[in-house]
Design a protein around this ligand. Structure first.
Ligand code: BJW
Length: 226
Protein backbone atom coordinates (compact mmCIF):
# COMPACT_ATOMS: atom_id res chain seq x y z
CA UNK A 1 0.00 0.00 0.00
CA UNK A 2 1.28 3.49 -0.94
CA UNK A 3 2.13 5.67 2.02
CA UNK A 4 0.54 9.07 1.40
CA UNK A 5 2.97 11.92 1.69
CA UNK A 6 2.40 14.54 -1.01
CA UNK A 7 -1.12 15.66 -1.86
CA UNK A 8 -2.26 17.67 -4.88
CA UNK A 9 -5.81 19.05 -4.82
CA UNK A 10 -7.45 20.43 -7.96
CA UNK A 11 -10.53 22.55 -7.39
CA UNK A 12 -13.14 24.00 -9.73
CA UNK A 13 -16.21 26.18 -9.60
CA UNK A 14 -18.20 23.57 -7.62
CA UNK A 15 -16.20 24.22 -4.45
CA UNK A 16 -17.37 27.85 -4.41
CA UNK A 17 -20.97 27.13 -5.48
CA UNK A 18 -22.29 26.87 -1.94
CA UNK A 19 -20.65 30.20 -1.09
CA UNK A 20 -22.93 31.74 -3.72
CA UNK A 21 -20.52 31.94 -6.69
CA UNK A 22 -22.24 30.47 -9.78
CA UNK A 23 -20.48 27.69 -11.71
CA UNK A 24 -19.80 28.07 -15.44
CA UNK A 25 -21.64 25.28 -17.14
CA UNK A 26 -24.88 25.22 -15.16
CA UNK A 27 -27.83 26.51 -17.21
CA UNK A 28 -27.92 29.71 -15.10
CA UNK A 29 -24.13 29.80 -14.80
CA UNK A 30 -21.51 32.52 -15.08
CA UNK A 31 -21.65 32.70 -18.87
CA UNK A 32 -25.45 32.99 -18.92
CA UNK A 33 -26.25 35.87 -21.25
CA UNK A 34 -22.72 35.92 -22.75
CA UNK A 35 -21.02 33.97 -25.50
CA UNK A 36 -17.86 32.33 -24.16
CA UNK A 37 -15.81 33.69 -27.06
CA UNK A 38 -17.00 37.24 -26.21
CA UNK A 39 -15.83 37.27 -22.60
CA UNK A 40 -13.26 34.48 -22.18
CA UNK A 41 -10.88 34.80 -25.13
CA UNK A 42 -8.14 37.34 -25.97
CA UNK A 43 -9.95 37.97 -29.26
CA UNK A 44 -13.14 38.86 -27.38
CA UNK A 45 -11.22 41.33 -25.23
CA UNK A 46 -9.59 42.91 -28.27
CA UNK A 47 -12.98 43.28 -29.99
CA UNK A 48 -14.84 44.75 -27.02
CA UNK A 49 -12.70 45.51 -23.95
CA UNK A 50 -15.48 47.48 -22.25
CA UNK A 51 -17.87 44.50 -22.34
CA UNK A 52 -15.19 42.17 -20.94
CA UNK A 53 -14.13 44.61 -18.21
CA UNK A 54 -17.78 45.03 -17.26
CA UNK A 55 -18.26 41.24 -17.04
CA UNK A 56 -15.30 40.93 -14.67
CA UNK A 57 -16.24 44.05 -12.69
CA UNK A 58 -19.61 42.49 -11.91
CA UNK A 59 -17.87 39.37 -10.67
CA UNK A 60 -15.44 41.43 -8.57
CA UNK A 61 -18.37 43.18 -6.91
CA UNK A 62 -19.95 39.82 -6.20
CA UNK A 63 -16.79 38.64 -4.39
CA UNK A 64 -17.39 41.23 -1.69
CA UNK A 65 -20.66 39.47 -0.85
CA UNK A 66 -19.39 35.89 -0.46
CA UNK A 67 -17.35 34.01 2.11
CA UNK A 68 -15.26 30.82 2.06
CA UNK A 69 -17.34 27.78 2.98
CA UNK A 70 -16.70 24.60 4.98
CA UNK A 71 -14.91 22.95 2.04
CA UNK A 72 -12.41 25.81 1.59
CA UNK A 73 -11.76 25.85 5.34
CA UNK A 74 -11.32 22.06 5.51
CA UNK A 75 -8.58 22.22 2.84
CA UNK A 76 -6.90 25.12 4.65
CA UNK A 77 -6.86 23.12 7.88
CA UNK A 78 -5.49 20.09 6.03
CA UNK A 79 -2.65 22.22 4.61
CA UNK A 80 -1.83 23.50 8.10
CA UNK A 81 -2.00 20.14 9.87
CA UNK A 82 -0.55 17.72 7.31
CA UNK A 83 3.00 16.95 8.44
CA UNK A 84 3.81 13.87 6.34
CA UNK A 85 4.57 15.72 3.10
CA UNK A 86 3.49 18.62 0.92
CA UNK A 87 -0.02 19.88 0.17
CA UNK A 88 -0.66 21.91 -2.98
CA UNK A 89 -4.09 23.34 -3.83
CA UNK A 90 -4.35 24.11 -7.55
CA UNK A 91 -7.51 26.05 -8.21
CA UNK A 92 -9.10 26.84 -11.55
CA UNK A 93 -11.20 29.42 -9.74
CA UNK A 94 -10.43 33.09 -10.11
CA UNK A 95 -12.24 34.00 -6.87
CA UNK A 96 -10.21 34.53 -3.68
CA UNK A 97 -12.09 32.13 -1.41
CA UNK A 98 -9.23 29.64 -1.03
CA UNK A 99 -6.86 32.54 -0.29
CA UNK A 100 -9.13 33.87 2.43
CA UNK A 101 -9.53 30.43 4.03
CA UNK A 102 -5.78 29.72 3.83
CA UNK A 103 -4.99 33.15 5.32
CA UNK A 104 -6.69 31.93 8.51
CA UNK A 105 -4.33 28.95 8.79
CA UNK A 106 -1.34 30.90 7.39
CA UNK A 107 -0.95 28.51 4.46
CA UNK A 108 -1.65 30.89 1.56
CA UNK A 109 1.56 29.77 -0.18
CA UNK A 110 -0.06 26.34 -0.76
CA UNK A 111 -2.58 27.82 -3.24
CA UNK A 112 -1.93 28.30 -6.97
CA UNK A 113 -4.42 29.97 -9.32
CA UNK A 114 -4.06 28.15 -12.63
CA UNK A 115 -6.56 30.39 -14.46
CA UNK A 116 -5.59 33.70 -12.84
CA UNK A 117 -7.22 35.93 -10.25
CA UNK A 118 -10.16 38.32 -10.42
CA UNK A 119 -8.52 40.73 -8.00
CA UNK A 120 -5.37 41.18 -10.07
CA UNK A 121 -4.67 43.10 -13.27
CA UNK A 122 -1.99 42.55 -15.92
CA UNK A 123 -0.33 45.36 -17.85
CA UNK A 124 -0.92 44.81 -21.57
CA UNK A 125 2.60 45.80 -22.64
CA UNK A 126 4.86 44.73 -19.79
CA UNK A 127 2.87 41.79 -18.41
CA UNK A 128 3.37 43.25 -14.92
CA UNK A 129 0.77 41.87 -12.49
CA UNK A 130 -0.65 44.12 -9.77
CA UNK A 131 -3.65 44.28 -7.47
CA UNK A 132 -6.82 45.37 -9.23
CA UNK A 133 -8.09 48.83 -8.37
CA UNK A 134 -11.50 50.14 -9.32
CA UNK A 135 -10.36 52.82 -11.77
CA UNK A 136 -8.04 50.59 -13.82
CA UNK A 137 -10.47 49.75 -16.62
CA UNK A 138 -10.63 53.42 -17.58
CA UNK A 139 -6.92 53.82 -18.36
CA UNK A 140 -6.95 51.14 -21.06
CA UNK A 141 -3.46 49.75 -20.28
CA UNK A 142 -4.50 46.76 -18.21
CA UNK A 143 -6.50 43.59 -18.70
CA UNK A 144 -7.94 41.21 -16.13
CA UNK A 145 -5.28 38.75 -14.87
CA UNK A 146 -7.34 35.86 -16.19
CA UNK A 147 -6.28 32.93 -18.37
CA UNK A 148 -8.65 32.89 -21.33
CA UNK A 149 -9.12 30.10 -23.85
CA UNK A 150 -6.05 29.68 -26.02
CA UNK A 151 -3.73 31.20 -23.38
CA UNK A 152 -1.16 29.32 -21.32
CA UNK A 153 -2.33 28.53 -17.78
CA UNK A 154 -0.11 29.75 -14.93
CA UNK A 155 2.52 27.90 -12.87
CA UNK A 156 2.40 24.80 -15.08
CA UNK A 157 5.98 23.77 -14.28
CA UNK A 158 5.35 23.86 -10.52
CA UNK A 159 2.07 21.98 -10.92
CA UNK A 160 3.46 19.18 -13.10
CA UNK A 161 6.43 18.78 -10.75
CA UNK A 162 4.00 18.38 -7.83
CA UNK A 163 1.80 15.93 -9.78
CA UNK A 164 4.81 13.78 -10.63
CA UNK A 165 5.67 13.33 -6.96
CA UNK A 166 2.09 13.09 -5.67
CA UNK A 167 0.73 10.17 -3.66
CA UNK A 168 -2.86 11.43 -3.46
CA UNK A 169 -4.71 13.51 -6.05
CA UNK A 170 -8.11 15.01 -5.21
CA UNK A 171 -10.32 16.69 -7.82
CA UNK A 172 -13.11 18.73 -6.29
CA UNK A 173 -16.09 20.36 -8.05
CA UNK A 174 -14.83 20.54 -11.61
CA UNK A 175 -16.62 19.29 -14.71
CA UNK A 176 -13.45 18.12 -16.49
CA UNK A 177 -14.27 20.12 -19.62
CA UNK A 178 -11.15 22.27 -19.69
CA UNK A 179 -7.56 21.24 -20.39
CA UNK A 180 -4.85 21.03 -19.22
CA UNK A 181 -6.54 20.74 -15.77
CA UNK A 182 -8.75 17.86 -16.95
CA UNK A 183 -5.60 15.86 -17.70
CA UNK A 184 -3.96 16.25 -14.27
CA UNK A 185 -5.60 13.04 -13.03
CA UNK A 186 -3.72 11.04 -15.67
CA UNK A 187 -0.42 12.67 -14.75
CA UNK A 188 -1.03 11.84 -11.07
CA UNK A 189 -2.04 8.26 -11.93
CA UNK A 190 1.15 7.82 -13.93
CA UNK A 191 3.06 8.89 -10.80
CA UNK A 192 1.26 6.14 -8.86
CA UNK A 193 -1.03 8.46 -6.89
CA UNK A 194 -4.40 7.35 -5.55
CA UNK A 195 -6.94 9.55 -7.36
CA UNK A 196 -10.27 10.66 -5.94
CA UNK A 197 -13.07 12.75 -7.46
CA UNK A 198 -15.37 14.64 -5.08
CA UNK A 199 -18.21 16.22 -7.03
CA UNK A 200 -21.94 16.85 -7.05
CA UNK A 201 -22.20 15.00 -10.37
CA UNK A 202 -19.62 12.81 -12.10
CA UNK A 203 -17.20 14.79 -14.30
CA UNK A 204 -16.47 13.99 -17.93
CA UNK A 205 -13.35 12.11 -16.85
CA UNK A 206 -14.88 10.33 -13.85
CA UNK A 207 -13.81 6.88 -15.08
CA UNK A 208 -10.15 7.93 -14.77
CA UNK A 209 -10.41 8.16 -10.96
CA UNK A 210 -9.75 5.31 -8.51
CA UNK A 211 -12.47 6.53 -6.15
CA UNK A 212 -15.56 8.72 -6.58
CA UNK A 213 -17.48 10.49 -3.86
CA UNK A 214 -20.66 12.26 -4.90
CA UNK A 215 -22.25 15.06 -2.87
CA UNK A 216 -22.05 18.78 -2.15
CA UNK A 217 -18.55 20.04 -1.44
CA UNK A 218 -19.41 21.47 2.00
CA UNK A 219 -20.36 17.96 3.11
CA UNK A 220 -18.03 15.58 1.28
CA UNK A 221 -14.80 17.60 1.47
CA UNK A 222 -14.71 18.06 5.28
CA UNK A 223 -15.79 14.42 5.72
CA UNK A 224 -13.02 13.18 3.40
CA UNK A 225 -10.11 15.25 4.67
CA UNK A 226 -10.85 15.25 8.39
C1 BJW B 1 -20.41 21.01 -7.27
C2 BJW B 1 -21.33 21.74 -6.56
C3 BJW B 1 -21.28 21.59 -5.18
C4 BJW B 1 -21.67 22.21 -8.59
N1 BJW B 1 -20.37 20.77 -4.64
N2 BJW B 1 -19.53 20.20 -6.73
C5 BJW B 1 -9.43 20.11 -27.60
C6 BJW B 1 -8.90 19.13 -26.77
C7 BJW B 1 -8.14 19.47 -25.66
C8 BJW B 1 -7.90 20.79 -25.35
C9 BJW B 1 -8.42 21.75 -26.17
C10 BJW B 1 -9.16 21.43 -27.29
N3 BJW B 1 -9.54 22.58 -27.90
C11 BJW B 1 -9.05 23.61 -27.20
C12 BJW B 1 -8.36 23.12 -26.14
C13 BJW B 1 -7.68 23.89 -25.08
C14 BJW B 1 -8.66 24.64 -24.16
C15 BJW B 1 -9.75 23.67 -23.70
O1 BJW B 1 -9.59 22.92 -22.76
N4 BJW B 1 -10.91 23.75 -24.32
C16 BJW B 1 -12.01 22.84 -23.98
C17 BJW B 1 -13.32 23.60 -24.02
C18 BJW B 1 -11.95 21.65 -24.92
N5 BJW B 1 -7.86 25.06 -23.02
C19 BJW B 1 -7.21 26.22 -23.06
O2 BJW B 1 -7.30 26.99 -24.00
C20 BJW B 1 -6.32 26.50 -21.88
N6 BJW B 1 -5.01 26.78 -22.34
C21 BJW B 1 -4.28 25.88 -23.00
O3 BJW B 1 -4.68 24.75 -23.25
O4 BJW B 1 -3.02 26.33 -23.31
C22 BJW B 1 -2.16 25.47 -24.07
C23 BJW B 1 -1.41 24.47 -23.28
C24 BJW B 1 -0.69 23.51 -23.93
C25 BJW B 1 0.02 22.57 -23.23
C26 BJW B 1 0.04 22.59 -21.85
C27 BJW B 1 -0.66 23.55 -21.20
C28 BJW B 1 -1.39 24.48 -21.92
C29 BJW B 1 -6.81 27.70 -21.10
C30 BJW B 1 -8.10 27.43 -20.44
C31 BJW B 1 -8.60 28.67 -19.74
C32 BJW B 1 -9.97 28.43 -19.12
N7 BJW B 1 -10.46 29.61 -18.58
C33 BJW B 1 -11.78 29.60 -17.96
C34 BJW B 1 -12.30 31.04 -17.92
C35 BJW B 1 -11.57 31.83 -16.89
C36 BJW B 1 -12.12 33.18 -16.86
C37 BJW B 1 -13.33 33.34 -16.03
O5 BJW B 1 -13.36 32.88 -14.88
O6 BJW B 1 -14.22 33.96 -16.55
O7 BJW B 1 -11.69 29.04 -16.65
S1 BJW B 1 -12.94 28.55 -18.75
C38 BJW B 1 -13.83 28.14 -17.30
O8 BJW B 1 -13.81 26.70 -17.20
C39 BJW B 1 -13.00 28.70 -16.14
C40 BJW B 1 -12.94 27.50 -15.22
O9 BJW B 1 -11.81 27.62 -14.38
C41 BJW B 1 -12.89 26.34 -16.16
C42 BJW B 1 -13.30 25.02 -15.56
O10 BJW B 1 -14.64 25.06 -15.15
P1 BJW B 1 -15.08 24.27 -13.85
O11 BJW B 1 -14.42 24.82 -12.67
O12 BJW B 1 -14.91 22.82 -14.08
O13 BJW B 1 -16.64 24.67 -13.77
P2 BJW B 1 -17.92 24.01 -14.45
O14 BJW B 1 -19.02 24.99 -14.37
O15 BJW B 1 -17.58 23.44 -15.77
O16 BJW B 1 -18.25 22.75 -13.53
C43 BJW B 1 -18.73 22.90 -12.21
C44 BJW B 1 -18.63 21.57 -11.49
O17 BJW B 1 -19.00 21.80 -10.15
C45 BJW B 1 -19.56 20.49 -12.04
O18 BJW B 1 -18.82 19.28 -12.19
C46 BJW B 1 -20.61 20.31 -10.92
O19 BJW B 1 -21.01 18.94 -10.75
C47 BJW B 1 -19.84 20.75 -9.71
N8 BJW B 1 -20.66 21.30 -8.63
N9 BJW B 1 -22.13 22.46 -7.46
C48 BJW B 1 -19.55 20.07 -5.46
N10 BJW B 1 -22.17 22.25 -4.38
Amino acid sequence: MTVIQNIVILTGAGISAESGVPTFRASDGLWCGHRVDEVATPEGFEANPALVQDFYNQRRRQLAEVEPNAAHHALARLAAEWDRGEVLVVTQNVDDLHDRAHAVTRTADCVLHLHGELLKARHLETGHVSDWSGDMAADGDVRPHIVWFGEMPLDMDVIYRALRKSHLFLSIGTSGNVYPAAGFVQEASRAGAHTVELNLEPSLGHSLFDEKILGPATKVVPEYVE
